[in-house]
Each structure stands twice: as structure tokens, then as C-alpha cells.
Design a protein around this ligand. Structure first.
Ligand code: LER
Ligand code: MN
Length: 273
């Protein structure tokens, strides 16, 4: 049995309704994932206040799948809320959303919530201080749940706030290294930002809480230039033992993307992971 589990990231746009996810309806996606040997589905939820946990839990658990994390970037893209917004009310709503995301994660039994794009673009000089302050507030509000916040270094075209592993390390140190902040290492972002993404992955070993897999062009693993054997071998060597979740552009379709990802990654994970 391999210790690494394969997941895929899935965008939930709950305000259009469960059945209206026409491009890749949940039930169909879950059936495909089971067929292709995936173990989990990451839910990126635009509005946690409108999310029907029971319904999703049933569909997911009926198929024996897990939810490894709840992700949050759609709240920024849909409503503009961010943890570093210059408007206090927008920042307050973002923190409120995160508290709700933590409750949803807890209901799925995973307790990990992603901070990706919802941290904001980082245009103001106060952004880092605001991020520290917002994260401290979320940690406090979710203390009873023990939620782990997965802060994800993102490439410079998406934010100015924390683009590299070293900047993540500096940031958590500046907060006193709370145990409940871990790193999300995304291979696509790190292939853009790091001189050597493989060394960067090794350097993230003490902080790693989750991994996103996409190739150098953000297509499915296997469609770009990343050495997947090397990535999985490093994860194994540094003792990472949670999900590796494909977060790639669904090109030419969602189904093709997960088929290619599965064909690339499963044999490697079965051999090494
Ligand atoms: C989120 O996980 C991510 O990687 C960002 O690029 C937002 O799309
Ligand atoms: Mn990512």
C-alpha cells in the first residue's frame, strides 16, 4: 500500500446549484475518480455560507472517497474578499468565510484549509502585516477545531505576497512558527518561482502540509516538463505521507486531464509512494 494518496481539485460553484455543474457534474466526476484510482477530491468552495455539506458528504462518502482539504481561492475570485483587503469590512468577511471553511473541513474530517489566492494580491505596503493579523484571527477563531492553515506560495503573476518557499519560512517564523500553519507546495508555482523546484521541495520538508500537482504549463502532470519520478521520490524521501492533489487546467477536458494525470502518477506512486 502506498502512503501517498492521489486527489483532484474541484471547483464548487454552489450558488448555481448542485445539479448545474454542467461542465463536470459532481456525480460524474466522482465516478470517474473512483474508476481512475483517485482517493480524494479537494473542494474549492466559492461561498461556504451556501454550501450543502450533507449532500456533498453523501455523494463523496458513498464512493469511499475523502476530502483532503477545503480550498478557498474562489471566494476571492467570486466576491473579491481577501485577508489583506484595504477595506476593513471586506477583510472581516474574508475572515468570517475562513471560519466557516474550517467548520466545513471539520465536517469532512480533514481539518485543513488552504490560503491561496484569498490572501489577496499584496499591492499595499501593509499587506504582510494585515495577512499576519488576519491569520492570527483565524487561528484564534478555529482553535477549538484545531484547523491547519495551508499557506501556499504562489507565482508573482498572481500575488506579491509570498512567492517562494524561503518567503513562506520567513513569514511563519515572523509569526513564531505556529504549528497550525503549514505549507502547501504547488509544483506549477514553484517551477516558475524557484531556481530549482526539486531542491525547494526538499527545503520545505519541515513545513509541508499538502501538495498540489500541475505540470510546468499548468496542464495535467505528464503534459509539461516536470520530472514526476523525481517529485514523488523526494516526497517519499522527506517522509510526506498525505495527499498529492492534481490542480491542473482541464484541457482538452476535465476527463482528459484526470486520465492523463492518473496515467502519469499512479504507476510512480505505486512503485515508490
Ligand atoms: C490555488 O491552489 C492556486 O494554485 C492558485 O494559482 C489559484 O489558482
Ligand atoms: Mn495550487
Amino acid at each position: 500500500m502506498s502512503i501517498l494518496k492521489l486527489g483532484v481539485a474541484y471547483a464548487v460553484r454552489e450558488e448555481v446549484g448542485f445539479e448545474a455543474l454542467v461542465e463536470a457534474p459532481l456525480e460524474k466526476v466522482l465516478d470517474m475518480l473512483t474508476e481512475l484510482g483517485f482517493s480524494g477530491i479537494e473542494l474549492n468552495i466559492a461561498n461556504p455560507m451556501k454550501f450543502d455539506v450533507k449532500r456533498y458528504r453523501k455523494a463523496i462518502e458513498d464512493r469511499g472517497l475523502q476530502v483532503p482539504v477545503i480550498s478557498t481561492g474562489l471566494s476571492y475570485l467570486t466576491y473579491g474578499y481577501s485577508l489583506t483587503h484595504s477595506d476593513n469590512e471586506m477583510r472581516r468577511r474574508s475572515i468570517e468565510f475562513f471560519t466557516k471553511y474550517a467548520e466545513i473541513a471539520h465536517e469532512f474530517g480533514c481539518d485543513r484549509v488552504v490560503i491561496g489566492l484569498a490572501r489577496g494580491r499584496g499591492d499595499s505596503p501593509q499587506a504582510l502585516d494585515m495577512l499576519r493579523d488576519s491569520i492570527a484571527k483565524i487561528l484564534e477563531a478555529t482553535e477549538g477545531l484545531g484547523t491547519i492553515l495551508l499557506l501556499e506560495p504562489l507565482n508573482r503573476y498572481e500575488t506579491k505576497l509570498i512567492n517562494k518557499v524561503s518567503q513562506f519560512v520567513e513569514f511563519v517564523k515572523s509569526m513564531g512558527c505556529p504549528k497550525r500553519i503549514r505549507m502547501l507546495f504547488d509544483t506549477f508555482h514553484m517551477a516558475l518561482e524557484e531556481r530549482d523546484p526539486y531542491t525547494a521541495l526538499i527545503q520545505s520538508r519541515d513545513y509541508l502540509g499538502y501538495v498540489h500537482l500541475a505540470d510546468s504549463n499548468r496542464l495535467a502532470p505528464g503534459m509539461g516538463m516536470i520530472d514526476w519520478l523525481k517529485i514523488i521520490a523526494i516526497l517519499k524521501a522527506i517522509g510526506y505521507n498525505y495527499f498529492v492533489t492534481v490542480e491542473a487546467i482541464p484541457h482538452p477536458s476535465f476527463e482528459d486531464m484526470i486520465r492523463v494525470a492518473s496515467a502519469t502518477l499512479r504507476p510512480i506512486i505505486e512503485m515508490l509512494g
